[in-house]
Ligand binder design. Structure first.
Ligand code: PDD
Length: 290
């Protein structure tokens, strides 16, 4: 039985109880984070906690813990499990209250965290890449906040799966935003490009790391608006996230991307990414790359 953290206590998952009146359950009124741990060390924790702070502020909720306390709790949860590599999920909701759209007064937030085993990316995906389809982005205008209300993302991901693809690439007003649960990069004429941050996409922790690693190793990269036409001309397309790292898209809307194989720049960045992961345990949490 795995241990979870709920409202200040560690307990077996089957003993954790949340009221059906919790606003997370009733309204999807909460925010979350997904943080990988490699070698039992939470990866880019400071960046994830900063994004959590930003999401909480964006939905006008106070943070239940200081950064130091969050770090202690989350690290303890990792240490209570045997796997070296884990995926940690945490969520904070506005708490338990009589159902009313308006914010409740004097309600304690509900804080929940759990971990699961983080599996490496399958060999066939590394060799062959994945299929994706472009779909209309049906989400709201605060996609920069990591909220638990994920129904549009779920519908989009499922539609992609129903069409035989692994992920949806989202298009809004003719511009590419991100994937249903990932950020997007393309390689166009040798330059690595990702859409700029803004309210229509999540500021991915993996995205930022890829930009950092690229700049550090002389890969030409920039942030620019992308259109469906750019996707068609791209030599490479990648989808990035904390749990799936950098996935090469080798088929988009039934057509091969580039030569239909993971590209040379993907091979370079995934190597840099693995090296960074390996070295991470030796780098101080607060210290930037360098
Ligand atoms: N999702 N965009 C969306 C909509 C996401 O849900 C995610 C990650 C990302 C990538 O962000 P990051 O690199 O910080 O993981 C982009 C997580 C993994 C999830 O919901 O499970």
């Amino acid at each position: 039985m795995r241990t979870v953290f709920l409202n200040g206590e560690f307990m077996p998952a089957d003993e954790a109880r949340i009221s059906p009146l919790d606003r997370g359950f009733i309204f999807g009124d909460g925010v979350y984070e997904v943080i990988p741990a490699y070698g039992r060390r939470l990866f880019r924790l400071a960046e994830h906690l900063e994004r959590l702070r930003h999401s909480l502020e964006g939905v006008r909720m106070a943070s239940p813990y200081s950064t130091e306390r969050w770090s202690e709790i989350l690290q303890e949860l990792i240490e209570r499990h045997p796997e070296d590599d884990q995926s940690l999920y945490l969520q904070v909701t506005r708490g338990v209250a009589k159902r009313d759209h308006a914010f409740p007064k004097d309600t304690q937030p509900t804080v929940f965290a759990m971990t699961s085993k983080l599996l490496p990316i399958a060999e066939d995906i590394r060799r062959d890449g994945i299929k994706a389809v472009t779909l209309e982005d049906i989400r709201w205008e605060y996609c920069n906040l990591k909220t638990i209300a994920l129904l549009p993302n779920i519908l989009l991901r499922q539609q992609a799966l129903d069409e035989g693809a692994a992920e949806a690439v989202l298009v809004r007003d003719g511009e590419i935003t991100e994937g249903a649960a990932s950020n997007i990069f393309i390689v166009l004429d040798g330059t690595l490009i990702t859409p700029p941050k803004g309210p229509r996409l999540l500021p991915g922790i993996t995205r930022d790391l890829i930009l950092e690693l690229s700049e550090r190793s002389g890969v030409i990269c920039r942030e620019a608006t992308l259109t469906a036409g750019d996707l068609k001309r791209a030599q490479e397309i990648w989808l990035t996230s904390s749990t799936r790292e950098i996935l090469p898209v080798t088929e988009l809307d039934g057509r091969p991307v580039g030569n239909g194989k993971p590209g040379v720049l993907w091979t370079r960045l995934i190597t840099l990414y693995q090296d960074y992961k390996r070295d991470y345990s030796k780098i101080s949490l607060a210290k930037p790359l360098g």
